[in-house]
Structures are given as C-alpha cells and as structure tokens.
Write a protein that binds this ligand. Sequence first.
Ligand code: SF4
Ligand code: SF4
Length: 510
Amino acid sequence: MQTLHGFPGGLALEARKDQSTAKPLARVPLGFEYVLPLLQHEGDPAQARVSVGDRVLRGQVIARAEGYLSLPIHAPTSGTVTGILPRPIPHPSGLLAECIVIEADGLDEAAETKAPIEDPAAVHPSRLRNRLRECGVAGLGGAAFPTHVKLNPTAERPIETLIINGAQCEPYISCDDRLLREKADEVVAGTAVMLTALHASQALIAIENDTPQAMAAVDEALARYSDDRIRRVAVPTIYPEGGERQLIQTLTGREVPSRGLPADIGVICHNVGTARAAWRAIHHGEALTERVVTVTGNGVTAPRNVIARLGTPVADLVAFCGGYTDSVARLIMGGPMMGFALGSDEVSVVKGTTCILAADNSEILLEKQSMPCIRCGECAETCPAGLLPQQLYWHAHERDWEGVENFHLFDCIECGCCDVVCPSHIPLVQYFRAAKTEIWARQRDREKSDIARARYEQRQARLAREAEEKKRRHEEKKKALAGRKKGDDKVKSELDAIMSRVKQRKKGDN
Ligand code: SF4
Ligand code: SF4
C-alpha cells in the first residue's frame, strides 16, 4: 500500500471526460497530406534528409536527429515529399516553422523495421536508449522531451523510483485513460524496459481514482506480467495531480528543488503513452509515427479518442469525429487549463498533441474585464507550487524581473489555478508567461553580449601578446646587432694594429 502525501492547493474541477471515453480507440483513416514540423520535441530541430520529389515509406527516417538532445522524424505513411518549407505549426506563438510535407499515395507501404530486442534485460541500457532515440520516442504527455535523455541517469544522481504518469488531470483529456483500458499490457511491458534502462528499484503506475476501468486493466496486466517491482497506485482526482512535480510530491512526499529536476531526488516521471511507445520501439522495432489523441468538446459532433498518424491535419481528426457543431467557438490544443488556442485546423498532430478541444463558450474561460487586486489571497491558497501569485503579479506588472525571480517565477507550472479563482479576473498566467519570455530574452541577450565581450577581450589579449612578441624580437635583433658591432670594432682595432706594425717595419727597412 503506497502512502499518499498530496500537494498544496489545487482545484477540484468538473470532469468532462465521459464525452470521449465511451467509444473505443479508432484509427483515423489515411489522409491526403501529412505535415511534419522538424521540431516536435524539446531540444534541437531535426535536419531534413529527403528532397522534394523523393518517395518515402512509412517508418523511414525523413529528418535525422541533430545532436544528443534531438530526435529523428519518420514518415507516417508512404508517399512523395512535396515540400520542405515553413508552415503553421501547433505552437502558442502561432508562428510558421520548417516542415516536411508528404503527399500520401494511399498504399501505406512500410520501410523495414529494426530487429526486435527480444530480451531487454540482457542488453546494455545504452542499447535501449539508442533504440529509443533511433525510433524517435519522445514524452507523449505533452512536453515531448526526448525519452532516451531522461532514461540516462548519471552516477551522481542514481534513480530509485520510476513514476509512470497516468494521472491525466485536465478535465477533458482522456487519451491516457483509453490507452490504459486497451493497451495496459504494453504499458506495463514498457515500464519494465524503462526500469531496466534506469537501474531503478521500483515503478509506480499512477492513475487518478475516477478511472476504474483503466485501473482494472492495469491490475490485470500486472497480474499477467508478474513483475513485483511494478505497482499501480490510485491518486486523488485533483487538478493538477498530473503535473510532474505535484505527482512526485503526492507519491513520495518529497519536493523537487526549486529550478531543479526530479532526478535530483532520485525520481523520473514518464507518461503512460511514452512507456507504450518505448515497448513498441524495443520489442517491435517500430518508429513513433502515431499517437492517441482526444478529440472532444461541445464543438465537435462525436467526441472520442483516436489513433492519429503524426502529421495528420487537425481538420481530418475533427472530420473523422463527425465535424464541427454549430456552437464551436474556439479550437484548443491540450486542455482548457493549460492548452493554447489554435489559429486554424490546418496545423497537424505532433508528438506532444494530447487533445484537440473544439470548445463552445461554456467550456472556455471567457476573458472578463480585470479589476484591481484586492489582496484576498485566494490565488496563494490554490497554488499547487506553493507560490505567492499576487506577489509575482505585482513584480511582473512593474517589470521588476529580479523581484519575480526572487518569488520563484520559474517554479510556476502555468496550471492556471490562480487565474480560475481570482475574483478580480486578473489574467495572472499571462503575466507570468510574459515575464518568463522577457527574462529568457534578457538572458539570451546577456549571453550574447558575454560572448561578444569574451571575444573582444580575447582579441585584445592576442594583440597585446603579439605586440610583446614583436618588442622582444626587436630587442633581440638590437642586441645581436650591438654584439656584431662590438665584434667589428675589435676586428678593426686588430687590423689597425697590424697596419701600424707593417708601417713601423717599413720605416725600419728604409
Ligand atoms: S486572487 Fe486575484 S485579487 Fe485575490 S490576491 Fe490573488 S491576484 Fe489579488
Ligand atoms: S499558474 Fe503558477 S502561480 Fe498560478 S497557481 Fe499555477 S503554479 Fe501557482
């Protein structure tokens, strides 16, 4: 029995998951066009390794990883590359970014997969990590951090506990619930692989206690798998229970240090979908070319969870779920609390896409006229990170960047709890995001000017060294010349002496 410790604050939000969990997973039929951004993960963008006009096969690498903190991109189906160009991407900025566009040929012909690693426990963990990297496996909970990097503990920071995060706390997102109900065996097998790679002693599969079918499916899978290092734990349905730091605190009672990482306290968290993708990569040699996405909200006719190929336009997902209803007001990627509005449904599904919420007005926080802070303290009461949002707000409002950092701005997980409870309707998270962006921009500028200063100082030092060297060489030459002159004077006086002796002798002869 696992003792639960909980975390401060949080909110009990009305769950709206039933809309999408009633039907089983369904595969979105093959579409006409797939758009694959070169950056779908945290880290450096992949580099395209195909050209316009190339024919590609499903699972073939179309962009290779650029460095350790990077992942390759694989073709989601067979077809022809029709463009490598900037296209709108699913990102809060709404900016364009470089994408590979594939026109599907409808054959869905697959490239050869990698050989299965039959016994993961018998190989070196680095082989498992390499396989996950080659297969493009990233965190499927939304952050899309390269999985092989998170599975590489250092000798100084050994990992004791692996947490498999199935606590999907956003009120609409149910892709993990549906995945657990239908693919629990693969999640459990993936968990065992991750344990092996980490040399960790235990794994806890955390599931919110309002998803009994998912819990039952995992229990049955665990009974079949019979690995006593892995346990299933039910956690309270409190938003944001699925936040990495909050879940760790609930399960271990320990807090991840401010601006630190879970690994600092011997814990690593992976999403349930990532565990399954890891298993598919290791045991089937399968690249990550699809994921489960929740398509839901009152703005879509038939909400459900779908298996969508990466690169599928959001419009295709909505069309597969019966199309939009008349009440659709906004399209959001992610949930209503932490997601972001999409400018259009032409953007595509990427590795971090958990949910497409086609929301009506009743489902979104409508922007209201904000009023002055009344110092009621509600925001601090609800903050799961134990922060003082009103103080952060004052400093952010005054553009006092040192002040916001002193109040631990970077521990804010942007969960939106403070926004929801603020009676003055102050858009607190907007202030916090803007403050983070400003501080990062200043840091980048500072780094750039530090680099420029270091280069200038290096140049000045080089010039001084060269001047010193020149002076030294000049002195040496002068000394050598002086030495030679001394020698010349000696020779001259010897010659003079000889000449005078000759003259004397001549005089004597006469
Ligand atoms: S909840 Fe809003 S009004 Fe109350 S202290 Fe926080 S920022 Fe001020
Ligand atoms: S958005 Fe940040 S400050 Fe507000 S409640 Fe969440 S963690 Fe706390």
